[in-house]
Design a protein around this ligand. Structure first.
Ligand SMILES: Cc1cc2nc3c(=O)[nH]c(=O)nc-3n(C[C@H](O)[C@H](O)[C@H](O)COP(=O)(O)O)c2cc1C
Length: 345
């Protein structure tokens, strides 16, 4: 019998999480994926206080606003948490400086391949760098560029997504990338799935959708209600009408906004075809459709016209619960799966 295996399966689960938890400085190797407008001080501190790892979503915040949010989070928790920075932010270097000045231990670069100078700046300032790797070759390149850990996020996830499911990414990347801890994200809603990915070699997991209905989360009650009502099949990637006018794929609950987005694309493309708009102007008009739409849904509660970004695991969100209860539930499911397996063998 495995020396680490206790009757409840608890010790083995902890053993599987050891590398990820040590990297994060947490009790559990569970990251709360940064969600713009959602992952602010309250949810982030609640996650870290519950033994997971909260991550502030910087989004479009200015450096001053980010400094304020970090300080407010530090006032609510003395546990480690990270900051997620979008690589195309025009003040990326200043944002990294804000994180370093506040002694944030982990910086997550999202929304594209991070520039090597930004990685270097973060590392030289003493932070651990976490990057998103959408494919094996890129994963290896990011490790060579200095990434201390990677997140692989499957297309099941909420928000901006790549084309490949976590099921496939995990098989492609986990056996090949051993030098740094790899965290997996996308579609995880229960502990059994967490256990499976850990057993495949993941250092830990990142969940977003499952934490939106946390009691501590400040999202508008109607945004939370949409999650509680939503089924996996309602969380769809944004539709693209014409390949010459690419649409950034975002997984969100279908609503009046997503339906109007299709009509909007058709109208804009017709104006381009009639010579009323240049190709660039048409592309911009298509992209502008969703400007401010996530804030409208999360903060104002306009779940019909806003962007209700949600992953396919939304069907497993059934009620509002405190973060600590969600984490405990996930861990209990993973441990029960381990115990059941042991009972069979
Ligand atoms: C409402 C929402 C907003 C998100 N915003 C961001 C973001 O600002 N930056 C980012 O890197 N990921 C963002 N994500 C992705 C999450 O960090 C996380 O990786 C994802 O939710 C994991 O998949 P899951 O939703 O299936 O759990 C967002 C996800 C959601 C649902």
């Amino acid at each position: 019998m495995d020396a680490l295996a206790a009757p409840g399966g608890a010790d083995t689960l902890d053993a599987l999480m050891t590398r990820g938890a040590a990297f994060l400085g947490t009790r559990h190797a569970i990251l709360g994926g940064a969600m713009s407008w959602v992952s602010e001080r309250n949810l982030v501190a609640a996650l870290s206080n519950a033994g997971a790892f909260g991550v502030i979503a910087c989004g479009a915040m200015t450096p001053e606003r980010l400094a304020e949010e970090i300080a407010a989070t530090q006032a609510l928790t003395d546990k480690p948490f990270g900051v997620n920075l979008i690589t195309m932010h025009p003040q990326l270097a200043a944002l990294v400086d804000v994180c370093l000045a506040a002694r944030v231990g982990h910086i997550v670069f999202a929304g594209g391949i991070p520039p090597t100078p930004a990685i270097r700046q973060a590392k030289e300032g003493g932070a651990q760098v976490i990057c998103f790797a959408p494919a094996v070759a890129l994963a290896k390149k990011l490790v060579r560029s200095g990434a201390d850990a990677l997140v692989i996020e499957g297309s099941e996830a909420g928000g901006h997504i790549g084309p490949v499911s976590l099921n496939v990414l995990a098989q492609e990347i986990l056996p090949q990338v051993r030098d740094v801890p790899v965290f997996v994200a996308g579609g995880i809603g229960r502990g059994e799935a967490i256990l499976s990915y850990l057993e495949m070699g993941a250092a830990g997991v990142q969940l977003g959708t499952r934490f939106v209905c946390a009691t501590e989360c400040v999202a508008h009650p109607d945004f939370k209600r949409a999650f509680i009502r939503g089924a996996a099949r309602d969380a769809m990637p944004s539709a693209q009408v014409d390949a010459s006018f690419p649409v950034i794929p975002v997984r969100a609950l279908q609503n009046a906004g997503t339906r109007r987005f299709v009509e909007h694309q058709v109208k804009v493309i017709r104006r381009f075809q009639a010579g009323e708009l240049s190709k660039e102007a048409a592309q911009l008009e298509i992209e502008h459709f969703w400007a401010g739409a996530l804030r409208r849904a999360v903060v104002e509660g306009d779940i019909e016209n806003g962007s209700v970004m949600a992953g396919q695991s939304v069907g497993m969100v059934t009620r509002e619960q405190p973060v600590a209860e969600i984490i405990a539930e996930l861990l209990a499911q993973a441990r029960a799966a381990l115990a059941a397996r042991r009972a069979r063998s």
